[in-house]
Ligand binder design. Sequence first.
Ligand SMILES: CC1=C[C@H](O/C=C(C)\C=C\C2=C(C)CCCC2(C)C)OC1=O
Ligand SMILES: CC(/C=C/C=O)=C\C=C\O
Ligand SMILES: [Fe+2]
Length: 564
Amino acid sequence: MASSFTVLPVIRNSLSYPTMVASGYNNKEEFSFGNKPIFKSQRDILQDRLAVANVAHTLPVVAPPLPPPPESSGSNDWRHHVAWTSIPQERWEGELVVEGQIPRWLNGTYLRNGPGQWQIGDYKFRHLFDGYATLVKLQFQNDRLIAGHRQIESEAYKAAKKNKKICYREFSEVPKPANFLAYMGELANLFSGASLTDNANTGVVKLGDGRVVCLTETQKGSIVIDPDTLDTLGKFEYTDSLGGLIHSAHPIVTDSEFLTLLPDLIKPGYLVVRMEPGTNERKVIGRVDCLGGPSPGWVHSFPVTEHYVIVPEMPLRYCAKNLLKAEPTPLYKFEWHPESKGYMHVMCKASGNIVASVEVPVFITFHFINAYEEKDEDGRVTAVIADCCEHNANTTILDRLRLQNLRSFNGEDVLPDARVGRFIIPLDGSAHGKLEAALEADEHGRGMDMCSINPNFLGKKYRYAYACGAQRPCNFPNTLTKLDFVKKKATNWYDEGSVPSEPFFVARPGATEEDDGVVISIISEKNGGGYALLLDGSTFQGIARARLPYGLPYGLHGCWVPNK
Ligand SMILES: CC1=C[C@H](O/C=C(C)\C=C\C2=C(C)CCCC2(C)C)OC1=O
Ligand SMILES: CC(/C=C/C=O)=C\C=C\O
Ligand SMILES: [Fe+2]
């Protein structure tokens, strides 16, 4: 079903622009990347407004036109889609006019992180993953919605702004050394990690103790932020001595723990580690030695079940040689080693023992969706099922995410096929596991990435997932999709020319049904506009939307911070 937004009764003045009550929009400093705090008094005004229940809405102020973004010629065609265009200013905050009805129970802040600034001075990044982190918030409070965005003040971002060039190694780019001596120094800095970026542009998580941390692939890119002001509060310093420079960009975070994987590039393997709320110290649960290849496979994410941590060993492996190269290689910091095979390892969370290590068909995934234990009639665990967004073992997706490719859609269908890859990992000592599609990939247009689930079903047998699929032709996942693994059906939401970000599920407090909740996404439109969208988690119909003053660049991953 290609459902479009259902406009429900408009509860307030629904002009298509947001009210600008708290923005510093006309403030010239906004455009000059200044560091001055500009919202304090306006924030106070907003707090006062929020304190007054059922206030009559003042007339929205129409947003003034923005200067054309640096990479754009100002035209509205797909080459300059706002999703792939740098954020036009460092920060903004304002109340949005909501069409439809925000559920009364939805009280909290949705945060979304992503690479939103791809140009520093005259220097233009080439890959989506290189951009400096842009944090976006949607604060839901008593059916009102305050939005804002702000750059994360990483060392890498501050240095780039100051020197008008990149100063740290990003995902695909390396700072240009001035001479040979500088190059040698650079290499030393690479081994110590000093030259690696701390640009925390990938995800954002709320720890069990309430701290909110932005993350990326480098450990030093763990940055604590204030979910309300979006202030950068400082580095999240790991106080243990586990060392290493990289980790999974997607830890598993619950109220009681933080689990992650630390790849070991020297002695190929992975440390599985756990950190308790209120501490900064990771403790080792166990270690997995790689079964194939010269180095560990890339672990952007991994799944867990109730009792096990699943460690994927993907044949797309970290590559020390590519790490040293100054220019991007076709697979960036990785190398594709299909001959080294793919494996799935299952580690007991309590003991650190490995209960299964099986060879599986080769695969490519960024994102695991969920995993669970399959039991026999006697309640014995016979297998682990692990689902992921799988790119049909085709590495070209990494190259498709180059900005030039994303910006050059001409109607040709160039998004490589993807599916929900379901691993079946037997726990009976078999040497092989299976990988199959959890549902027919045509259900979701053979596009599949950027998934979320009801967090109450983490590690448990589950029925639903939300992700981005494809309405072809396209060059990027462009639908919001609800996956039903029991009916093996997908329900797709599509808005022609729009790029929706990861559909993020928030469960209704007290719900008993898995899909009872809302799905939040931020939509970047082809005309340069954008809006926050709320879909009903069960019907997958639109329940509310709120237009932003300007379209935002594509963002990656989000989290939910409930109000206290
Ligand atoms: C998204 C997204 C961002 C991100 O990558 C960011 C960096 C800096 C990655 C760096 C590296 C690797 C991916 C491999 C090993 C070396 C190192 C340079 C740390 O990745 C994403 O997916
Ligand atoms: C945007 C993306 C991967 C993001 C990693 O965090 C994949 C989209 C592909 O289909
Ligand atoms: Fe990711």
